[in-house]
Write a protein that binds this ligand. Structure first.
Ligand SMILES: NC(=O)c1ccc[n+]([C@@H]2O[C@H](COP(=O)([O-])OP(=O)(O)OC[C@H]3O[C@@H](n4cnc5c(N)ncnc54)[C@H](OP(=O)(O)O)[C@@H]3O)[C@@H](O)[C@H]2O)c1
Length: 252
């Protein structure tokens, strides 16, 4: 079902995107692995050199407007048109409305909202073009990593959470816009995942470890990746469009 498909995965240099890249490559999916950190992308490629899916690193910043088109074009040059797009790139921001750092709001919104909107538009336009050209009988997948705080308001994390609420709204709207072309736009909503996310966001790591003690074991990026792989490997007429997964002991 998935063998030989071509995927673009953003955020592939770390955490969930990296685990999705690995899981896909092990299933024979070729992956254009996107991120900003060249060295970490190169490490992902060499780690997965034995395939069966191939990995091609592509470094760049998703806040640059035409970057997603570049990713899709690079994948097509290497293996032919992509039929899977996973939007995992994103960042966190600790703090409340009063307590978060306002100097970091813009960067957060650019990465988690505007860059996501551009990814969705570019991937959906490409997949719709392909479907119109070939009759659209087979599934094409766009998978977005949202968050539990994009479904349930978190008093502790409203600034980051509101970017995820916006992401969730875009996913369902786009799903309705393109589903008749057999394009499945899927939302994955993880709870706490141990990854590079906490440090990149600047979380208080003592607080985070206390949360991990209380709610853990936390999810691993591989736990999330296995769900993504399950979604994209369903038959064309089956769409698991919105999946929330949390550590079993996470209360909120
Ligand atoms: N970890 C959690 O607890 C958790 C829970 C729910 C949802 N999520 C969501 O899951 C997604 C993945 O997070 P993660 O846990 O895997 O975090 P991570 O380990 O920090 O990975 C984040 C990835 O996003 C990339 N990225 C960030 N800004 C970028 C930009 N401007 N341009 C291109 N790439 C950029 C990073 O690339 P470079 O490092 O190469 O810059 C990195 O590959 C995010 O959308 C996050 O909001 C995470």
């Amino acid at each position: 079902m998935t063998n030989g498909r071509v995927a673009v995965v953003t955020g592939a240099s770390s955490g969930i995107g990296r685990a999705v890249t690995s899981t896909f490559a092990q299933q024979g999916i070729h992956v254009l692995a996107a991120g900003r950190d060249r060295d970490r992308l190169a490490a992902v490629q060499s780690e997965l050199a034995d395939g069966p899916g191939a990995v091609l690193p592509f470094a760049g910043d998703l806040t640059h407007p035409a970057h997603t088109e570049e990713l899709l074009a690079a994948a097509e040059r290497e293996w032919g048109p992509a039929s899977i797009f996973v939007a995992s790139a994103g960042r966190g921001l600790p703090g409340t409305v009063l307590g978060s750092d306002p100097d970091r709001w813009q960067e957060l919104i650019e990465v988690n909202y505007l860059a996501l909107l551009r990814q969705l538009r570019a991937a959906a336009a490409e997949f719709k073009r392909q479907a119109e050209a070939d009759g659209g009988q087979r599934a094409r997948d766009i998978v977005v990593i949202g968050s539990t705080v994009g479904r349930q308001v978190s008093a502790a994390n409203p600034v980051y959470g509101s970017t995820k609420f916006a992401a969730h709204a875009l996913v369902e709207a786009l799903r309705q816009e393109v589903c008749t072309h057999n394009i499945r736009v899927t939302l994955i909503e993880p709870g706490f995942v141990r990854s590079g996310f906490q440090e990149a966001a600047g979380y208080d790591m003592a607080w985070f470890e206390a949360v991990a003690d209380a709610s853990g074991p936390l999810l691993t990026p591989e736990n999330v990746a296995s769900v993504v792989e399950f979604v994209v490997s369903r038959p064309t007429h089956v769409h698991l469009d919105d999946i929330r997964l949390r550590p079993t002991r996470q209360t909120v």
